[in-house]
Design a protein around this ligand. Sequence first.
Ligand SMILES: N[C@@H](CCC(=O)N[C@@H](CS)C(=O)NCC(=O)O)C(=O)O
Length: 218
Amino acid sequence: MKPRLHIGDKNYSSWSMRPWLTLKHAGIEFEEVRHELPEMGNGPAAFGAVSPSGLVPALELSGGVVIAESLAICEWAAELSPELWPAGGPGAETRAMARYASARMHTGFSALRRDCPMNIKRRTDALRMTEQGLKDAAEVDALWSVCLERSGGPYLFGDFTIADAMYAPVVTRFVTYAIPRSQAAEGYIQTILADAHMAEWIAGANQETRTLPRTDNA
Ligand SMILES: N[C@@H](CCC(=O)N[C@@H](CS)C(=O)NCC(=O)O)C(=O)O
C-alpha cells in the first residue's frame, strides 16, 4: 500500500503542510486524504478515527503503523531520502543547526502561532500581534538570517531540507499578517513562495471554499 497522509484544510492546517512538502520534495508517493478542521478547534478529539493523537497530520504506513506527529513524519521521509537533512561538515554543526531550527519551530514560537493562525488566503496587518508574538517573529527572522548567511541560500541550508518545511507555514504568516521583516527574510519568503511544491499547496488552499470564522474573523 502507498503511505496515506491525513491532512487538514490546506488554507488552515499548518502542521499538515510540513510533512506534505517534505514528502513531495523527497519524491515519495503517497495518498492524500484531506479532512476539515473543526469549527471550534476540538484539539485532540478531532480526528480520533484516523489518528492516535486525534490530530492531523497522521501518516498511515503498512502493518497498521500510524505516525501522528509532523516532525516524526519528516524524519521517516529522511530515512528514505537522507538529503532531507543537510550534509554534515567535520563537526556536524550544519546538521545540528538544521535539527535545532526544526525542533525550535516544532516546540516554540507559541505566541506567534497564537497571534497569527495560518490562513493562506487572508491579508491583514501585524497591529493585532502581541509583544511576545512580535518577539517570536524577530527570533525567526534572526534564525533565518544566520542560516542563510552561513549557507549562501537560497534555502536555509542551501538546498531544501526539513527545516524549510518546518518554517514554510511561518512564511505564509509573514505574508498574511504583513509582519515586519529583514531583507534577508524577505528574500527567503520569496524563495519559499516560488517553490513548485509550495505553489501546489497554495493553489490547493486557493481552491478551498470553506471558511473558518475562528481564524477568518479573528
Ligand atoms: N504536534 C502536532 C500538532 C498537530 C496539530 O495541532 N494539528 C492540528 C491541525 S494543524 C489539529 O489537528 N487540530 C485539531 C483541531 O483543530 O481541532 C504535530 O506536529 O503534528
